[in-house]
Design a protein around this ligand. Structure first.
Ligand SMILES: [Zn+2]
Length: 237
């Protein structure tokens, strides 16, 4: 499978900054990693480390289990796992929002009219320009229609970049889902096998019990008939 570490580092960094690199390296392809190990890797105190991990957990990019630790005076130790699918999905959502915003901006630049002052660097929408009678509020110069072509070019470049990342991210997410689904199916199959085994054991136990009961009944019947045959009153002749 593709190494998702660079992507995950980008995603987690957007939330917690540079320590994300160490977090990803500590948790990638592992499960329930002791937080003291992570702190050591990050070269941070346990509190600083927890602070970072809690922030990631708030956004559900990592998950944890906790265990009471007798060696740590009965305090809880947290064990952390990276939520890869959730992390990539969050990132995908951010990219989709960026894409929508850029598309909206491009549309607005293509369809609307914008004004500018040749002396000052003010940019106004048609409504704003109308409100001040198409005159610059700073210097009194008559506003001119702004050429939006260069702005559109910039937005389109940005959009292409976002869409490129988005298609890569979606591809990765598809792979993660396929891998997760395989794990899920394996778990289900194992569960089915376990249940079948349990049922077989139960059946065997029941069969044994029934056999025992049958045997007991038989021997009881024998005893009873034996008693009866013994205690049968003799017919008087
Ligand atoms: Zn001006």
């Amino acid at each position: 499978m593709t190494d998702l570490r660079p992507l995950l580092k980008t995603i987690l960094s957007s939330l917690v900054g540079p320590p994300a690199i160490g977090v990803v390296d500590s948790l990638y392809e592992k499960k329930n990693v002791n937080e003291f190990l992570i702190a050591k890797k990050l070269k941070l105190t346990i509190n600083q480390t927890r602070n970072i991990l809690y922030r990631l957990a708030d956004s559900r990019l990592v998950s944890f289990i906790r265990k009471k630790d007798a060696k740590k005076g009965g305090w809880y130790t947290y064990f952390w796992t990276l939520s890869i699918a959730k992390s990539i999905t969050s990132y995908q959502t951010i990219l989709l929002t960026q894409q929508a915003t850029l598309q909206e901006q491009i549309h607005s630049q293509k369809t609307g009219r914008f004004y500018t002052c040749v002396n000052c660097t003010v940019h106004l929408t048609e409504d704003q320009a109308l409100l001040q009678d198409y005159v610059c509020a700073e210097c009194g110069e008559v506003l001119t229609l702004r050429d939006t072509a260069p702005v559109i070019v910039e937005f389109e470049k940005e959009l292409a970049k976002v869409q490129g990342t988005l298609s890569k991210v979606s591809g990765h997410l598809g792979n993660v889902h396929v891998a997760d689904e395989k794990v899920r199916q394996r778990k289900i199959q194992a569960e089915i096998r376990k249940k079948a085994k349990e049922r077989a054991v139960k059946r065997a136990v029941k069969a044994k019990e029934r056999a025992k009961e049958k045997g007991l009944l038989k021997s009881m019947k024998k005893k009873v008939t034996h008693i009866f045959s013994r205690s049968k009153p003799q017919k008087k002749r």
